[in-house]
Design a protein around this ligand. Structure first.
Ligand SMILES: Cc1cc2nc3c(=O)[nH]c(=O)nc-3n(C[C@H](O)[C@H](O)[C@H](O)COP(=O)(O)OP(=O)(O)OC[C@H]3O[C@@H](n4cnc5c(N)ncnc54)[C@H](O)[C@@H]3O)c2cc1C
Length: 261
């Protein structure tokens, strides 16, 4: 680890004033190992942990709004979330282990956009809106590639708003060690239509329009059972081949539809 200056921001305004090669820190679950491994060498780390406005969950007016610094454990155990969008609470509860869930945050997770992370599937599958210190970004425009997002320099996620769906389900085939998704699928029936979002399988979370159309015609696990995605652009590594991941997309989609509430 190289030396860096640690700053604990007391307000969003203070955090916004970071410059140069400074980086934001949420729970540090990804950032600290990255710095320890010398994959990053920022001169300044700005901790968002002291900004109270970024923490908390509001469920009102058909929307579940989660502050960027809200931990996975808080989302998983929130009774109002469990009632409004049980699939979201379930997804948060499947992330990592208790230590990861108590430090990791929704803002850090989606800013990082790990191809195997769970939250990108929830954000894209539920058609959420990402609020930052500068603007609002629709989920469809947020995740742009492997560890890439639409965030620009100095942009800080403040909140993620999920419209309450009439039904949603999440199913993942976890890596048995880390619990990251080998493949995870979120399905949702929203007021704007059906959405199916897949994480873990490719370089970035993606939707499956063919499954969405089939579920519009009939909301049933059988509707997606014969639909498969091409393995051509899927990930292939020591954990699973592209062909196996393609197979898992169909299986997880079926399970997610069956589990949808
Ligand atoms: C052992 C282990 C197992 C895990 N298993 C899973 C799993 O099963 N599923 C899963 O989804 N994830 C998993 N994770 C990831 C974890 O859940 C965290 O979400 C992830 O590591 C990000 O952590 P963090 O919130 O502490 O963000 P940090 O590590 O602090 O930050 C990550 C990145 O986001 C940026 N950032 C943070 N907050 C903001 C913000 N508000 N605005 C803009 N940029 C911001 C930082 O600058 C940094 O680039 C695992 C992690 C570990 C270490």
């Amino acid at each position: 680890m190289y030396n860096f200056e640690y700053v604990r921001a007391a307000s969003l305004r203070e955090a916004e004033n970071i410059g140069g090669d400074a980086v934001l820190m949420a729970g540090g679950m990804t950032l600290i190992p990255t710095i320890k491994l010398r994959l990053a060498s920022p001169s300044q780390v700005v901790d968002l942990g002291g900004i109270k406005d970024l923490v908390g969950i509001k469920v009102a007016g058909g929307t579940v709004s989660v502050g960027a610094m809200t931990t996975h454990a808080a989302v998983a155990s929130d009774k109002a979330v469990a009632k409004a969008i049980p699939a979201l609470a379930h997804l948060a509860d499947t992330i990592g282990d208790p230590a990861v869930r108590n430090r990791g945050t929704i803002g850090g997770s989606i800013a990082n956009n790990d191809p195997a992370a769970d939250y990108p599937a929830a954000v894209l599958g539920l058609g959420a809106t990402i609020k930052t210190n500068k603007r609002e970004i629709a989920a469809d425009n947020f995740f742009t590639g492997l560890f890439e997002t639409a965030l620009v320099e100095g942009e800080i996620i403040t909140q993620v708003s999920f419209p309450t769906p009439s039904k949603a389900g999440y199913s993942k085939f976890p890596n048995p060690a880390s619990r990251y998704a080998i493949v995870g699928v979120m399905v949702a029936k929203t007021k704007d239509g059906v959405r199916v979002a897949v994480t873990g399988a490719g370089g970035c979370v993606f939707r499956v329009p063919e499954m969405e159309q089939a579920l519009v015609s009939k909301w049933s696990p059988e509707s997606v059972a014969s639909i498969s995605v091409s393995p051509t652009d899927l990930n292939s590594d020591i954990h699973a081949s592209a062909e196996y991941r393609a197979h898992l997309v169909t299986v997880m989609a079926k399970r997610a539809v069956a589990a949808a509430r």
